[in-house]
Structure formats: C-alpha cells, structure tokens
Design a protein around this ligand. Structure first.
Ligand SMILES: Cc1cc2nc3c(=O)[nH]c(=O)nc-3n(C[C@H](O)[C@H](O)[C@H](O)COP(=O)(O)O)c2cc1C
Length: 281
C-alpha cells in the first residue's frame, strides 16, 4: 500500500492521519480480530476514569438511520482495571495510543495522568465533552477546562489533546485552551440529543438523553473545525460523521491535521482500515 503523509500532533508523529475514535474501538484488542490495527495512525481508548463505572441503564444505543444515539455513560474498568487488563496489549502496538481520560476533580485528573505517564503512555485525550454523565459536560466551562489543562501540564510534558463538543463559543474556547498549554484539539464529541419511539412516545434510551453521532453531525463538526482552525496554531483533529475517505478529505481541506473515525466502525469494523486504503489510493 502506498504510504500516506505522516502528521504531527504535539510531540507525537502519526504514520497517517486516521485515528480510531474513543468508545467505538474498545481497547484495540477486540478490533485486532478484524484487521491489523497498526495500519492506523492512532487509536483512542474508551475513556478511562479513576474509579470503575457501570454506565447508564439500557437501552444505551439506538440506530436512527441518519445517525446513532448513545448513552453508554463512560462504562470502563477504572484506572487500575485499565492498567491491569489493557495496558500491556496496547503498549505492544506500533500505532500511537491516545489514552482518553476523564476526572471529576483536579485531584482525579492528576492521579490519572501521573499513573498513565509513569506506565509509559505518551498521548492523552482529555474528554471534556461526554454528554452522558449528569451535569458534567465540561465543554461549556472554559475556566474549568483551562485549570485542568494547566494542572496536568505541570505534571507531564507528554502530548495533551482536549476533546470538545460543539459550542457557539468554539473560537474563544479553542484559544483559551491553547493558551492553557494543550497541544491539540479534537472536535467534536457527540451532540446532546434525545429520541422518542413513535408508537409509545417513550424515550428510546434508558437514560432518556444521549449523544448524537454519525453522518448527520458532520456539518456541525466541519463548522467547529473550520472555526477553531481560523484562530489557533495548534493542530485540530476533526471528528464527527466520517464514513469514508472522501469525508476525511473534506476535513483535511479545511485545515484539520488528522481525523477520528467513530460511528463508521460500529457499522463496519473495517471502516477505518478502508479509509486508510482510500487515502493511500
Ligand atoms: C457508542 C459510543 C461511545 C462513545 N464513547 C466515548 C468515550 O468514551 N469518550 C469519548 O471521548 N467519546 C466517546 N464517543 C464519541 C466518539 O468518540 C466521537 O467523538 C463521536 O461519536 C463523533 O464521531 P462519529 O460521528 O464518527 O461517531 C462515543 C461514541 C459512541 C457512538
């Protein structure tokens, strides 16, 4: 296969700009049954929290046809479980591993980063934007996000990526987080949403609310990337509704340095691989 241009995110060089998005690629070993995951530029793990989380009550995922609604609620084995069950197999991969993390307090963010840095992980995606945990969407609180970044920056010199939701304040947010010391931005996470069963008029998700992803959010993601790129000099990673390599070319054409592929993998486990191949052609 023809080689694709490498790209640089912070101190990290990716062999190509295609990254598997958090929450849609497990911890990579599940997906390694389908293809050689080292073909990808990077893989973002499911978000890891300090303590294990069971997630929200089912149903937690719903196919709308034009997109997907999910309310997983950050189910994960917690820091200790992650290190015990997944770190060895992730470390063996030659693709870049982005560990996605989320803390409820500055102390939790600090504990997560210190332990993962010590273990040898070199790229961290700070999940500031999960819509599926009550009252905890940080993306709208610029000061809080900046204080988390400053604290983490004081603890590590590794690559830090902030993952945000769409907000009307995207330029201001992007600039403030760049100033706080983050190396890159990922735009966007799922969009807060809900859906009803047309017959029962009841919410389709056990949690009522969920996050919308897939093809229908691509225009929102494109706008967020376009706006952020116009004000910051750090790399922006585009994410939202990328289904094939043509979608990737759209994001790259407006200045994204790399992309993350999420929902497409739920539909076709080989989606990210096909995107890399499409770009190579
Ligand atoms: C089932 C599911 C679980 C997700 N879990 C996470 C997560 O744990 N952390 C995170 O930052 N984003 C999570 N996301 C958001 C995706 O990483 C991505 O930002 C979003 O789905 C938009 O991209 P897409 O349209 O390509 O899916 C999840 C998305 C889905 C569909």
């Amino acid at each position: 296969m023809k080689r694709i241009k490498r790209c640089k995110i912070g101190k990290t060089i990716l062999k190509n700009p295609v990254i598997a998005a958090s929450g849609t690629f497990g911890y990579a070993k599940e997906m390694a049954r389908f293809f050689d995951v080292n073909l990808l530029g990077g893989i973002v793990t499911k978000t890891v929290t300090l303590n294990p989380r069971k997630g929200n009550k089912p149903p937690r995922i719903y196919d709308l046809g034009f997109g997907v609604l999910n309310s997983i609620g950050l189910e994960n084995p917690g820091l200790k479980g992650f290190l015990k069950e997944h770190s060895k197999s992730l470390m063996r991969l030659s693709t870049k591993i982005f560990v996605s993390i989320y803390g409820e307090t500055l102390k939790e963010w600090a504990k997560l980063i210190t332990a993962l840095d010590k273990k040898g992980f070199t790229v961290f995606e700070l999940n500031f934007s999960c819509p599926n945990i009550k009252g905890k969407v940080l993306s709208s609180d610029i000061k809080k996000m900046a204080s988390v970044i400053k604290r983490i920056r004081s603890l590590t010199d590794k690559t830090l990526v902030a993952k945000l939701s769409f907000s009307p304040d995207i330029k201001k947010t992007a600039l403030s987080l760049e100033e706080a010391g983050v190396d890159a931005l990922t735009l966007i996470n799922t969009i807060p949403a809900m859906a009803l069963d047309r017959n029962t008029k009841k919410p389709v998700l056990g949690n009522v609310y969920g996050g919308l992803s897939g093809p229908c959010i691509k225009p929102v993601a494109l706008r967020a990337v376009y706006e952020a790129v116009s004000v910051v000099s750090i790399p922006v990673i585009g994410c939202g509704g990328i289904m094939d390599y043509r979608d990737v070319l759209e994001f790259l054409s407006i200045g994204a340095k790399a992309v993350e592929v999420g929902t497409a993998t739920l539909i076709d486990p080989l989606a990210a691989k096909k995107i890399v191949e499409g770009l190579a052609k």
